[in-house]
Design a protein around this ligand. Structure first.
Ligand code: ME8
Length: 505
């Protein structure tokens, strides 16, 4: 049977400055889910990148006395450095300044123009340069500022091509009947604030700056950043350009398509993006997962509010795995979350040091002490705790298949807690003292199998420590997959390593 495909994307981030923990959040989630899908047998493609055009970048480059391309080249190198440190295993990094992408955007614009879905007109309205966004009245505070970034907006009146958004009302209403946007409250917000209201046509070109993709049919216009940006999700797959054409594989019906974004760009991804796809006769993604914000004292953590935490310093101080774990476990996607040193340290110590690390080290110590490092392999499939291991695999997958990463991790951690409690209850040291060796073998066998399950479930998150954890329990990481636990057909080597994996911080 042909393997199913999985395609996951993150937003492409503005290189108007270095990335912060908020961007690391979205990208880590995408990476964790993609690694899980790979383990689950999918062909995967993971796309991230940078959104390099527009007025904001043009102004930033000027401030730095650089040409825009020179300016973004430097920042994009920092993006890639961060992703390397954070073990982000993307398949492609797209830049909107890539020639293939530019060709693709021009092509998309031409198709829409030909179909009369784009028409020349004039646009008047409020524009936030910092967010590159036309504002609605709900997004304006004190007649002067954008509610999200708190920056002053500009009045904008110029010749512009417009996209006939208003024509797509019925299409959007039907689309929103499906489970295509998550969470539910974001869906309601889009319906109430936009779709069920008057849907306004969208200005899709600008003439007062030049750092952007030119309209071939009318070269004084550049294409509005969002049309340029959203197209990346298909231009990266080779939509109508000269690059390798992955469209057939990853934008086909045989693919599960997940697009992860932060909630402030939901309108672009759940309204304008489907309209572009529909206009090009392309399928819709299966899911737009619109996660909450990481806050800093109740405000969104963002470059423009100058309240950011640098992920590189967190990784250097603690570790990439520690950051990946906090993001994946402590920040469930359906709500806003916090990132503070205290919360970070508490979560690491409770979950990784006291639960997972402690379980592995006390069990491997017992194997070394009582069995000279040779793991006893006894049939224990009738034991309650054995079944809990199988249930944990089942429930973990159930949550991951719904992209509920935090809930999935919780399942794995609970298994760890139950094993730690089991050790306290059965007291293997007493079994040894009283020479109940057969019983002791059973206890250790059982713990060993559940530990393997626990480590394996956390593999997509703890990518640097997994190999070491498996080694401590005598197993080669490459030989374990979901099937291994069906017949317990894994080879176990002699254990000798006693190094503590997650030292308390
Ligand atoms: O919007 N909490 O780029 P951007 C959670 N170029 N996530 C956060 C966050 C926070 N405090 N801050 C940023 C753009 N993010 C456009 C996107 S896509 C076709 C074009 C994450 O650099 C989150 O994913 O402003 C958010 O949507 C994204 O970074 C915004 O990045």
């Amino acid at each position: 049977m042909k393997k199913k495909n999985f395609y996951v994307t993150t937003p492409i981030y503005y290189p108007s400055g270095n990335l912060h923990i908020g961007h690391s959040y979205t990208t880590t989630l995408a990476d964790v889910i993609c690694r899980y899908k790979k383990e689950d047998g999918f062909n995967t493609f993971f796309l991230t990148g940078s959104d390099e055009h527009g007025q904001k970048i043009e102004l930033k480059a000027k401030e730095n006395n650089l040409e825009p391309k020179e300016y973004v080249d430097n920042i994009v190198a920092n993006f890639k450095y961060l992703w390397k440190l954070l073990n982000i295993d993307y398949s492609k990094f797209i830049r909107t300044t890539d020639v293939d992408h530019i060709e693709s955007v021009q092509n998309i614009f031409s198709v829409l123009l030909e179909k009369d879905l784009i028409y020349p007109s004039k646009y008047k309205g409020e524009y936030c340069i910092s967010c590159e966004e036309f504002l609605t009245s709900e997004q304006i505070i004190d007649n002067k500022f954008h509610s999200v970034c708190k920056k002053e907006f500009v009045m904008f009146e110029e010749e512009s091509y417009m996209l006939r958004v208003s024509q797509f009302k019925k299409f959007l209403i039907d689309l929103f009947k499906k489970d295509f946007l998550e969470p539910e409250n974001r869906k309601k917000e889009m319906l109430n604030n936009f779709i069920n209201n008057e849907l306004e046509d969208l200005s899709v070109t600008r003439i007062n700056f030049s750092w952007g993709v030119q309209v071939l049919e009318d070269p004084k216009h550049v294409i509005y950043v969002w049309i340029d940006a959203l197209s990346n999700y298909i231009s990266a797959l080779g939509y109508k350009n000269n690059s390798t054409n992955l469209m057939n594989d990853f934008w086909s019906e045989n693919t599960e398509i997940l697009q992860i974004i932060g909630k402030e760009i939901t309108r672009f991804h759940s309204i304008y993006w489907p309209i572009i796809l529909k206009s090009l006769d392309l399928r819709m993604p299966n899911k737009i997962l619109s996660h909450g914000w990481i806050l800093s004292k109740n405000d969104k953590m963002s470059k423009s509010l100058n309240n950011v935490i640098d992920p590189i310093s967190v990784i250097k101080k603690y570790s990439s795995d520690a950051l990946r774990f906090y993001i994946s476990y402590n920040l469930p996607t359906y709500k806003d979350g916090n990132f503070t040193d205290e919360l970070f340290i508490e979560s690491f110590n409770t979950n990784l040091a006291n639960n997972v690390g402690n379980l592995i080290s006390r069990t491997s110590n017992m194997i070394i002490k009582y069995f000279d490092g040779l793991v006893p392999m006894v049939d224990m499939s009738n034991e309650k705790l054995y079944k809990k291991g199988d249930q944990a695999i089942y429930n973990f997958k159930k949550h991951m298949d719904l992209y509920n990463v935090s809930e999935a991790i919780d399942v794995a951690l609970k298994l760890g807690q139950e094993c730690n409690k089991y050790i306290e209850d059965v007291k293997p040291w007493d079994l040894q003292k009283n020479n109940k060796i057969e019983e002791l073998k059973k206890v250790i066998s059982l713990l060993h199998r559940n530990i393997l399950i626990l480590i394996y479930l956390l593999k997509p998150i703890l990518v640097e420590s997994t190999k070491k954890m498996f080694e401590q329990v005598g197993v080669d990481i490459d030989l374990i997959n979901f099937k291994s636990f069906e017949n317990n057909d894994y080879k176990v080597n002699k254990i000798s390593d006693r190094e503590i994996i997650f030292k308390r911080i």
